[in-house]
Write a protein that binds this ligand. Sequence first.
Ligand SMILES: [Mg+2]
Length: 118
Amino acid sequence: MPTVLVVDDAAFMRMRAGKLLAQHGYQVLEAENGLDALNMYMQHKPDLVLMDITMPVMDGITALKEIRQADPQAKVVMLSAMGQQAMVIESIKAGARDFVVKPYDPGNVMASVRKLIG
Ligand SMILES: [Mg+2]
């Protein structure tokens, strides 16, 4: 069963994404900031990471870079808000495989997840 790490500082966003992924048969892990995500990634090596951008302690772009440095094969999808186009471009340059705009459509999230890990 593929594992997806959901990273967002908003608990309701983690819950929403986690529920959606669990309904589609994925195992779900959660992290509430970039540093937590980095630690969880190293510990569990999930198949995919859904990464919020704006978070306390460590933002999503920094976490993306750290994760990709530790594991160049890491698959990370950024969850971006409106007006974060520049950060999305920076993320793609840093190795993010895709992005989904928040508030996201469940169909868009699942399409991105399936495209990357089946
Ligand atoms: Mg946030």
